[in-house]
Design a protein around this ligand. Sequence first.
Ligand code: FAD
Ligand code: DHB
Length: 396
Amino acid sequence: MSTALGKPVRTQVAIVGSGPAGLLLGQLLHKAGIDAIIVEQRSREYVLERIRAGVLEQGTVETLERLGVAKRLHAEGLVHDGVQLSFGEGRQRIDLKGLTGRNVVVYGQTEVTRDLMDAREAGGATTVYEAEDVSVADFDSNQPRVRYHKDGAAHDIQCDFIAGCDGFHGVCRQSIPASSMQTYERVYPFGWLGVLSDTKPVSEELIYVWHERGFALCSMRSPTRSRYYIQCSLAERVEEWPDQRFWEELRRRLDPQAKRDLVTGPSIEKSIAPLRSFVAEPMRFGRLLLAGDAAHIVPPTGAKGLNLAASDVHYLSEALIAYYRGASEELNAYSSRALSRIWKAERFSWWMTMLLHRLPDDGPFGQKIQQAEIAYLCGSRAAQTAMAENYVGLPY
Ligand code: FAD
Ligand code: DHB
């Protein structure tokens, strides 16, 4: 049986993936009058239901503002001027605003995604959801293509550029010859077990917890919805963690005040995520440009993943806009510009991960070093400033 051929379609930029990177890039290009089609393998509902990041840097918020999609973010997002570090009996506040003049906003990735999808639909731009067998071709020529199947027909998009915004497991990075790419990776020997619950958050600010039983994080999505994480072993499965066991283990790791204030309730989502650092260099191969998780992964400690996707597409949109105005040099600089910021965020996420997690092979010496570093952080304004500068996001 032969497959029907859909009408060939032409666009300026074909974007693979409708996560934060793809959707943000789509809007940035749309605003500049550049035509872009997004091809996404999942359904709209599936993309919207993925519970992921929750902390936005000011740079990300400013990009959303410039795009005119920050109305709900300003109405519902929670502005945080500080974060808390907890260790055994004590707690230290890091005064983000006082130390850097900047803050972060707690607003879920699902909400950012929804706002961007709504804006895209209102602007009449095309997104193909549930595209099957997506592949990218001819990006070493001037006429790259994105191909996919949908509703029994084969489709072919011809374009000037392909933006690979299809996440860590996507097809774009994997289509680049291995000999043209260098990768750097660290896989951590633990995961995060996350729970979402409709309970009042334990604290008005996020609490990052060092504990000898392992790391924990108290976060939130709204004044009535909490997001908690505990470090777990990679061998564990979600089914082994009924709600009661989760709350008991979380409570054990909290300081006395937080133990008292913790409100528990039924989980509405529970999942385990592995932790990984990964960077692929360069982020450009011919006319295929990678952005976001397609090019790099950070462990979630420090909440940099979504924010890096936003800074990547900021640089990428500037480069593409310059290209269509006749200046092609900026495209040559895209990869090195983006990577300079990415490596700093990689370093910070690695540092926070190594500082706060129980490292199975590090033994008592490793724990003592962590405790000394936390004590130094508590006593040094310079150390707190270094942490705060990175947490609120380095400048673009
Ligand atoms: P993604 O969000 O992964 O989007 C990629 C899109 O491409 C997806 O919609 C996918 O369906 C689509 N796609 C994939 N393959 C194809 C294909 N072949 N064809 C077409 N489309 C394709 N960050 C934090 O800061 N804090 C967190 O708590 C946190 N938790 C996380 C939990 C999990 C389970 C994961 C996976 C990530 C988490 N992150 C977190 C990281 C953060 O969510 C990501 O950095 C962010 O989503 C990156 O956006 P992106 O658009 O680059 O990639
Ligand atoms: C959240 C996730 C993080 O990785 C983090 O550092 C802070 C908050 C969250 O999901 O709310």
